[in-house]
Design a binder for this molecule. Sequence first.
Ligand SMILES: Cc1cc2nc3c(=O)[nH]c(=O)nc-3n(C[C@H](O)[C@H](O)[C@H](O)COP(=O)(O)OP(=O)(O)OC[C@H]3O[C@@H](n4cnc5c(N)ncnc54)[C@H](O)[C@@H]3O)c2cc1C
Length: 452
Amino acid sequence: MARPRIVVVGAGFAGLNALRRMERRIPKDAAELVLITPNDYMLYQPLLPQVASGLLTPQSIAVSLHRLLRRTKMVPGAAIGVDTKSRTVVARKISGETTYVPYDRLVLVPGSNTRVFDIPGLIQHGRGNKNLAEAVYLRDHVLAQLELANASDDPQEREERCTFLVVGGGYTGVETAASLELLCEEACKRYPRLRESISWHLIDIAPRLMPELGESLGDAAMNLLRQRGVQVSLGVSVKEATEDKVTLTDDRVLPCRTLIWTAGTSPSPLMEATGLATNKGKLVVGADLAVPGSPEILAAGDSAAVPDLSKDEEGALCPPTAQHAMRQGHLLADNVIASLLGQPLQEYRHKDLGLLVDLSGRDAVARPLGKEITGLPALGITRAYHLYALPSGPGRARVATNWAIRALLGGEVSRLGFLNRKIDTLVDPEETSQYLDQDQVRQQVEMARGAV
Ligand SMILES: Cc1cc2nc3c(=O)[nH]c(=O)nc-3n(C[C@H](O)[C@H](O)[C@H](O)COP(=O)(O)OP(=O)(O)OC[C@H]3O[C@@H](n4cnc5c(N)ncnc54)[C@H](O)[C@@H]3O)c2cc1C
């Protein structure tokens, strides 16, 4: 008899943990494991702000799946649809070809995307910090603004390039603002005349920063940011963005060429595309992580509406955090095995262990197990936790080495050249098409003269 095929979509916190456990617990000849994934690494997202600031190299938080998964067959691409009737996933390979992957059990864990709103100019001018390309882009962009400001004698342009806005007062926005502000401080050693011009703004429509940290730690984080010169405004959002300014909902206008958008996440569109029931875009599952009425499909993590049994509130859902996704990954494996064996499934129950927020430099705030900690002890706990949670030895070694290099030798503030440019041909990266022939040069110089 053919082995049952278990197909997992997504290799993030939930997917990787599920697969590693299934590889350990399911004998080789008992089931086939297939992973559909656009990347051959698991991204340790909580350290993305440190890649954006250049404290960590991108490789150090991209944990190789080839190292961690021994017998899972990988389909390099993205799932773009699911036919639940024929039990088939439609996937688009990274080559662009479409492929069809039948399943006996399906585990949907594609995570979330940056949540956007219908704000004029947001899509065109905002930039997120949700993947490696965006983190590396942000660093290059911020450093490019400083270089261009330093090279300009136009006070208006200098103000626009030296004003940075981060939208979103959750941990992503707070850590991104804190780490990039520190990058600017380092860069100012090279551009001392910009020191007075640089301004960082962090805004959120909510009345507090990181409400999940509790009032006093949220305030502590805000005070630390303000001491470092970050202007924090609460109860405010963006009304409109253009290339060189952002208008806020309180009608302030910031001359600004950097809008970093970290105002929440929305579940992967794949969940709506399944045609199964969703709750605000998240796939509806029971506390056992199985889809009601389609028990061969299980889901978890940021893209599933997993009931939070640790809370008394009716309808409470687990928040979209790595902490939950990792643990749900383990239960996904156990419940897939139970369902293949015809055994009852277990329910997910986990009490939040708290939050750790690295504010860069020597600052951090943490609430492990309900205890409030700030400063160096919080930084120590935060970094120790990341080293423990990173799923591979080489990843841990790279991260620890990067931290040590920074502490001993300081940081680098050079751009890597990954500005937002599409690479469509072999010659694009070298920009061989940017040079002007003689006629074009003359024409442009004439035009410029005419404009003066
Ligand atoms: C900057 C930042 C900081 C964070 N800090 C913290 C923190 O301090 N603490 C904390 O608990 N949480 C933190 N989080 C949240 C945490 O990273 C997420 O909650 C967690 O990654 C969710 O796990 P997941 O497995 O559901 O999804 P993910 O880890 O996002 O994994 C989903 C995977 O699915 C893949 N995928 C997407 N679409 C498809 C598709 N169509 N087909 C196949 N594969 C697909 C993706 O490439 C990805 O590999 C942070 C997030 C960010 C962005």
